[in-house]
Design a protein around this ligand. Structure first.
Ligand code: GRF
Length: 206
């Protein structure tokens, strides 16, 4: 367990623009001191998050479930690459695929996810990206926010680690609300959660 480097080798899984990945990269050496971002994996080859990883000099690759013939083959290839890079912690940062119960059990309490709402509100199947903020605006909530949680076999159902509230403004659109939730919650919570979990793993490597 752990590689003796004093840091937890961490992989970030992405699907899109990678602003949460960028927040993690920007936090290295300041908020994040006990995790080393060793690998970025995208399930979409065109994800700009891959460009962000390459610009930071971090090994980055794309794995296509479609090209490999489905989720099982995707997860086998993902596991193979994670083992090659000796990964100990996985962070889902705008990652839009649902991982199987087998995979999440294998990585129990070793996968973090950022969700752009205050779980248990506006979460679960079909609540991702802008859909989350569309639902919050449709319901008329005055406060929303973001949640970091461990990933288990239930989509957005794992143990909650951190949450941060964000005000909904009268003229918000899904896009303006998403941006505020990213800036005021997601990009703050995720680096904090990575550091807390990594430091905890080093303190208690059980
Ligand atoms: C954001 O809405 C984030 O809340 C969700 O995925 C979207 C894109 O995130 N997790 P990113 O810019 O790719 O990190």
């Amino acid at each position: 367990m752990l590689n003796g480097s004093g840091k937890v080798r961490t992989a970030v899984l992405v699907s899109g623009g990678g602003t949460n990945l960028q927040a993690i990269l920007n936090a290295r050496g300041e908020i994040i001191r006990h995790a080393e971002i060793s690998l970025v994996v995208s399930n979409r080859s065109k994800a700009y998050a891959l460009e962000r990883a390459k610009a930071a000099g971090i090994p980055a690759t794309a794995i296509s479930a479609k090209a490999l013939g489905g989720r099982e083959a995707f997860e086998q290839e993902l596991q193979r690459i994670l083992e090659i890079h000796k990964i100990e912690l996985i962070v889902l940062a705008g990652f839009l695929a649902i991982l199987s119960p087998d995979f999440t059990r294998r990585w129990d309490h070793r996968i973090l996810n950022i969700h752009p709402a205050l779980i248990p509100s506006f979460c679960g199947k079909d609540y991702y990206g802008l859909h989350v903020h569309e639902a919050a605006l449709a319901r008329g909530v005055k406060v929303t926010g973001a949640t970091v949680h461990f990933v288990n076999e239930i989509p957005d159902g794992g143990e909650i680690l951190l949450q941060k509230a964000v005000e909904v403004l009268p003229n918000d659109t899904p896009e303006t609300l998403q941006r505020r939730v990213m800036e005021q919650a997601e990009w703050i919570l995720l680096p904090q959660a990575v550091e807390t979990v990594a430091a905890g793993m080093l303190a208690d490597p059980s």
